[in-house]
Design a protein around this ligand. Structure first.
Ligand code: GAR
Length: 192
């Protein structure tokens, strides 16, 4: 059984896709806990509905305190894979060093385009539209010490149309995110 921790900040639609396609099915992986850096994240409710333990880190606490709290949780729950599923905080380097290639992130663009500091969530889609891109997509990658710089595991492309809005691009990309993130986790379960 692959023990997963899911880190979120907002709506949690990626979390929901993982619950529906992995946690609640016979794929040998379980979401052991959800960690949010936002106590009002809708994703927390989604987790509670499925009786998954949820934990919150407060941005008012020191970075060292939060880092140690996360490390303790990862250890207690015997986590094999950390999934950053719409987590907008930067993960502490110590955690990255400890967990190495056991941390993956979903990003709503075709890395190396529209990634790095300042490119997250809807900001990515806004830039894609402003630059009149004809295509965009999503990327699953390993997390390293940089921002969105770790080795790419999977990408999928979609079209951008002239009459697209941030909302329509966001929804099209989210569909791809859910698909490739679930696929990559299944591959982890198969030891790939
Ligand atoms: C997703 O689009 C995810 O790719 C993005 O935040 C959104 C969260 O949606 N993550 C980043 O931008 C990280 N750099 P969700 O809460 O509905 O899963």
């Amino acid at each position: 059984m692959l023990n997963m921790a899911l880190f979120i900040s907002g709506s949690g639609s990626n979390l929901q896709a993982i619950i529906d396609n992995i946690h609640e099915t016979n794929v040998p992986a379980e979401i052991r806990f959800i960690l949010s850096d936002n106590k009002n994240a809708k994703g927390i409710e989604r987790g509670k509905k499925h009786k998954i333990d949820t934990h919150v880190i407060e941005k008012t606490m020191s970075m060292d305190y939060n880092r140690d709290k996360i490390i303790k949780l990862l250890d207690e729950y015997k986590i094999d894979l950390i999934v950053l599923a719409g987590f907008l905080s930067i993960l502490d380097e110590k955690i990255i060093k400890l967990y190495g290639k056991k941390i993956i992130n979903i990003h709503p663009s075709l890395i190396p385009k529209y990634c790095g500091r300042g490119f997250y969530g809807e900001k990515v889609h806004k830039a894609v539209i402003e630059n009149k891109e004809k295509t965009t997509g999503a990327t699953v990658h390993f997390v390293d010490e940089g921002i969105d710089t770790g080795p790419i595991i999977r990408q999928k492309v979609c079209n951008v149309y002239e009459d697209d809005t941030v909302e329509t691009v966001k929804n099209r990309v989210l569909k791809i995110e859910h698909e490739i993130l679930v696929d990559v986790i299944k591959e982890f379960c198969e030891g790939e």
